[in-house]
Design a protein around this ligand. Structure first.
Ligand code: TYD
Length: 138
């Protein structure tokens, strides 16, 4: 997968979908839709709808976020101040979250968020203070 294209900005991903309403559906994150070789997958659920999560950036981590159920409102602010806003409400859609982007998420109570991550968990890769994010040299 060495020839994977490097992406600097967020973008929406449409995954393939197989099946039909009589039997249900399967979506697949195939190699051609992944911008990195995954090292970790995590998921969040039962998030109260008055909670805003995220509120951090990563030095190196890249992620693809999917709302496999419910709805996620995702805001991504790039280091240059450009803001991208997404409503994830389809299990066949994802959003690529680049490194060095400040991201925040709001969830419907039934939302299940799956994140495909380019790196293993590393607290040292987090920038948890917004002023530190703005001061950081990417
Ligand atoms: P965090 O990424 O801060 O959550 P969110 O962005 O959804 O608000 O993660 C919350 C806590 O969960 C973090 O302090 C440690 C733990 N955690 C892990 O141990 N491994 C992981 O892969 C993730 C994503 C989180």
């Amino acid at each position: 997968m060495e020839n994977m294209k490097h992406h600097q900005n967020p973008f929406q991903i449409e995954f393939s979908q197989h099946g039909d309403p009589t039997i249900g559906f399967i979506s697949v994150a195939e190699k051609d839709k992944l911008t990195f070789v995954p090292k970790r997958v995590y998921w969040t659920y039962y998030t109260p709808d008055d909670v805003c999560r995220g509120g951090h950036a990563h030095w190196q981590l890249e992620q693809i976020m999917i709302a496999v159920a419910g709805k996620i409102e995702l805001t991504i602010e790039m280091h240059n101040g450009q803001v991208f806003e997404y409503v994830l409400d389809s299990p066949r859609q994802g959003v690529f979250i680049p490194k060095m982007s400040w991201h925040t998420m709001k969830y419907s109570r039934n939302a299940v968020q799956v994140c495909i991550a380019s790196m293993e968990y590393d607290e040292a890769d987090y920038i948890r203070s917004y002023p530190d994010f703005k001061k950081a040299q990417p």
